[in-house]
Design a protein around this ligand. Structure first.
Ligand SMILES: Nc1ncnc2c1ncn2[C@@H]1O[C@H](COP(=O)(O)OP(=O)(O)OP(=O)(O)O)[C@@H](O)[C@H]1O
Length: 392
């Protein structure tokens, strides 16, 4: 019965015509890629009157479309002539199929362009058709416009009418690829994959960087980070994600040997940020994203976060900063990274027994002067390994 998917987008519609046109084209490309990735058969994806349509009778098409960044909602619909008799008959067919005896129904009508009928007329005529059909089937029809058991939506446009019953909520955001690229410091824990996904949802392509702490961490930690990115790859069907593995164990060893041990984690972060910054410039990216969230672990204090970035001038973003752990976990489940992130790994063996929790930013800078930080960073970045997800 359904032969098309209506794809609705929100924020995009607020852009100027040129920007909107560009973003819509990116969205169409991403929708096509998602449908192919999910093995959904479709004949075409096209734009019309502020909507995107997918010609497909696959029942899974609307759900796949709803998982594309930029999409507010999607509905599988029957596309018919813009003729009220035809639309009313389709409503009656759908009503006969969906509305059980004793259930109430409501018609939600909309129109755009000149159809010669008001939306109230459309609602009444389609409602009459459903009522008549249910009666002819021996069911007792019941109309309830405020809280019906079943809703049937009718949209009359100038050339076409669309009839549908379900609206699948989309992920929202902006089409992936419209907001440039950023590096994501990807540990593979619960937080950093969620931070990455939130930036992807805002249209930013990601380049994950894993700081490999071996021998202070096990190989399994690298595996976990890579597997998280594999899950994120499913949200980026049009482009393969490039990931970096940067050797960081030697840096940790030097930090432990030369500096006060309570500052190890702070100096580790500053080194990581510098490494990420070098990769950012090399990749033509414009920012660095972390999964930091204030107060989440004892060391994620405002004072420490200040000390971690003091004097660096690096564009850092922490999209989880104000979220609760439960909110982050809910998102991780929705994204699909949660089960990977909770896989047991060794943790970092370089973490001191009593890490600093109230760092003085000027003291950290003096600690850092004990290191040949630029050489450490350049050495690590030169020996970094990059690969595309799916190649390993
Ligand atoms: N080995 C690593 N490689 C890349 N980034 C890292 C690494 N370790 C930490 N980070 C970055 O620093 C952020 C804060 O890490 P930290 O270990 O302090 O907190 P966390 O709550 O355990 O984070 P996560 O859940 O993301 O592991 C991480 O979200 C990530 O962005």
């Amino acid at each position: 019965m359904y032969d098309v998917v209506i794809v609705r987008y929100g924020e995009l519609a607020l852009k100027s015509p040129g920007v909107r046109n560009l973003y819509e084209r990116v969205l169409v490309r991403n929708l096509e890629a998602m449908l192919k990735q999910e093995n959904i058969s479709f004949s075409r994806v096209y734009r019309e009157w502020g909507r995107i349509f997918i010609e497909s009778d696959d029942p899974a098409a609307a759900k796949a479309a709803a998982d594309v960044f930029g999409v507010v909602s999607a509905s599988s619909a029957a596309k018919v002539e813009a003729d009220i008799d035809v639309a009313a008959k389709v409503c009656a067919d759908i009503g006969a199929d969906r509305i059980k005896d004793g259930e109430s129904f409501g018609i939600r009508a909309r129109r755009s362009g000149k159809t010669g009928l008001s939306s109230t007329d459309i609602g009444r005529l389609c409602g009459d058709a459903v009522w008549g059909r249910l009666e002819s089937l021996g069911r007792t029809p019941k109309v309830d416009l405020s809280d019906p058991d079943r809703e049937i939506f009718v949209e009359m446009r100038q050339n076409r009418a669309y009839v549908f019953t379900d609206i699948v909520k989309g992920v929202g955001g902006l089409p992936l690829g419209t907001q440039g690229k950023m590096i994501v410091l990807m540990s593979g824990g619960i937080d950093s994959p969620v931070a990455a996904w939130l930036m992807m949802r805002r249209g930013v392509k990601i380049i994950p960087v894993y700081a490999n702490n071996e021998p202070f961490a096990e190989e399994s930690a690298h595996e976990r980070a890579r597997k998280c990115v594999e899950v994120l790859q499913r949200w980026s069907p049009a482009d393969r994600i490039k990931m970096y593995d940067v050797p960081h164990g030697k840096n940790l060893d030097t930090i432990i040997k030369k500096c006060n041990e309570k500052n190890t984690c702070l100096l580790c972060k500053r080194t990581m940020y510098r490494m990420a910054y070098e990769i950012m410039k090399k990749e033509g990216a414009d920012g660095i994203v972390t999964g930091s969230s204030i107060g989440q672990v004892a060391s994620q204090t405002a004072a420490n976060m200040h000390a971690e970035i003091y004097g660096l001038g690096i564009p850092l973003y922490h999209p989880l900063i104000g979220l609760d752990k439960t909110e982050i976990i809910d998102l991780a489940r929705r994204i699909g990274t949660y089960d990977v992130s909770i896989m047991p790994t060794s943790g970092c063996g370089a973490v001191p027994a009593r890490p600093e929790i109230n760092a003085a930013f000027d003291l950290i800078v003096r600690e850092e002067e004990k290191l040949d930080i630029e050489e450490m960073v350049m050495d690590a970045v030169t020996n970094a390994r990059s690969f595309f997800i799916g190649d390993e």
